[in-house]
Each structure stands twice: as C-alpha cells, then as structure tokens.
Design a binder for this molecule. Structure first.
Ligand code: KIV
Length: 264
C-alpha cells in the first residue's frame, strides 16, 4: 500500500519509527521502495553526490525536476519528497511556481530549508495543496552563512530558538519537520513539542523517522565520513539486503546507535 502523509502520522501516534533514504534515479528508487523504505527524498545533495560539487548550491530546478521524474518512474509506493533547490523559494511566488513543477514531475511533498522567515511561504504552499517538510538544524544551503557544515543548536539559546521555529513552522502548515545534525536531546524535545512527524539525520534515536543519503549507507561516501553514517552494505551481501537491514534497524531503533549521535 502506498505511503502517504497519514502513514507517517500513524507511525508517530503509535511511537513506531519510519525510514527514509535519498534516491535520484529510477532503478535505485525501485529497489529502495521494494525494500520497504517509507520515504524517498530527491535531495539537492545530488549536487554533491552525483554532480561532484562541494555544496548543494549549484543545483537547478531543471535538474531537480529531471531527477524527480526519474524517481517517480521507479517508485513502488514510497512517499516521494523533493528538495526545493537554492533560491527556488526566495519569494512566495517563486515557491508556488517551482513547487508546482516538482509536484507535476511526481513529488508528493516538497522540502524547504530555513527558519521562521518561511512561515508565509509554507502557509501559501500548504493552503494550495502542496505538503511541506521544513528542514531545520544544519541546512546545507546555508553553508556560507554557517561558515561550514557544523552541528547546530548546541547551546541552550540556540536550542530554544530551534524548538520555537519548529513550532512556528508547524503552525504555519508544515506537515513534516526534518532535523539535520542537532544534539539528540534537542531532537527529542522537538519531536515531543510538535505533532508533525519529525525525521532526523545526525539527530539521535528519538525522532519519529530516520533518513540517510543512499550512497553513505552503501559505504560509498567520498571524502570525510560523517559521524551519523553507517555502512549497511558492510554487514550484508547485496544492496537489497543492505536496504532491508536499514529499514529493520530504523524500525527496531537500533540505528542510530550512540556512536552515530551528537550528545551536545
Ligand atoms: O539533500 C539531502 O539529501 C538532504 C538530506 C541530507 C536530509 O537534505
């Protein structure tokens, strides 16, 4: 049965964890989906993973639409979430136009990186039938503002601010919250503070769902391997088994383990 936003809400209500992975093409999307991964993200990480850039900033709408349509063809029932690339949602008008393109290409939900300044945009999108995931914490499109890829929300003031932003974005209409590289206790507080399902990457074991970049969980990370990454292919004999092991480990909350987690 196809995964919808209601499926993710039910997971949260039951206290069960759901799994998500990035994917960018039809073949991988089919095997990811057949392995039981609930959410496929066409991440703008494709700028780094597929295109070899050192950030996600060069990724264009045209490229995102192309990859979303490839993923939609291979998908076998996962919920398809598409990243809105850098500056494609700088204004409400551009957000509406660009989100419509991603939905027409096959996305079921779009993901935007940012904080309280996105409230008006999120309301405009969700009121017009576009489900939204709000990405907080380490938002890679802000790498030049952050001065690098760093864990966010480490001090109490920043933590309080992130909780406030998550609540405000949910009130504005966000259907899902994604937290990247935040200390596990903060991710747990945010997951409790909002009704929307919360997906974590480098956010500890207490979020409602987990996501990883596909290439990372298959052990083909180029460059420095982030702390939160686990190579599931190392313990299995095939890509399919590695994907199933990931879904199982997330469902049983054995991943992420302590060694994949930022404590503070
Ligand atoms: O672009 C991406 O792959 C992402 C994940 C890291 C969550 O945003």
């Amino acid at each position: 049965m196809a995964v919808t936003i209601n499926t993710l809400r039910e997971f949260k209500q039951k206290g069960e964890a759901f799994s998500a992975l990035t994917s960018y093409d039809a073949t991988f999307s089919q095997v990811v989906s057949e392995a039981g991964v609930h959410v496929i993200l066409i991440g703008d990480s494709l700028g780094m993973v597929l295109q070899g850039h050192d950030s996600t900033l060069p990724v264009t709408m045209e490229q995102m639409v192309y990859h979303v349509s490839c993923v939609a063809k291979g998908n076998r029932g996962s919920l398809i979430m598409a990243d809105m690339p850098f500056m494609s949602y700088g204004t409400v008008k551009s957000a509406l136009e660009n989100a419509a393109e991603l939905m027409r290409a096959g996305a079921h939900m779009v993901k935007l990186e940012g904080t309280d300044w996105m409230k008006e945009t999120i309301t405009a999108l969700t009121e017009r039938a576009v489900p939204v995931c709000a990405h907080l914490g380490l938002t890679p499109q802000f790498v030049n503002k952050f001065g690098g890829y760093k864990v966010q929300g480490r001090d109490e003031k920043a933590a309080e601010m992130m909780i406030e932003h998550a609540c405000e974005l949910e009130a504005a209409g966000a259907d899902v919250i994604l937290l990247e590289c935040v200390p596990a206790p903060l991710a747990a507080r945010i997951s409790q503070a909002v009704k929307a399902p919360v997906i974590g990457i480098g956010a500890g074991p207490d979020t409602d769902g987990q996501i990883l970049v596909l290439h990372d969980m298959l052990g083909i990370t180029t460059g420095r391997k982030p702390r939160f990454v686990k190579n599931f292919l190392a313990e299995t004999d095939s890509v399919q088994e590695a994907l199933q092991a990931y879904v199982k480990a997330v469902g049983e909350r054995t991943f992420p383990a302590e060694e994949h987690t930022f404590k503070a």
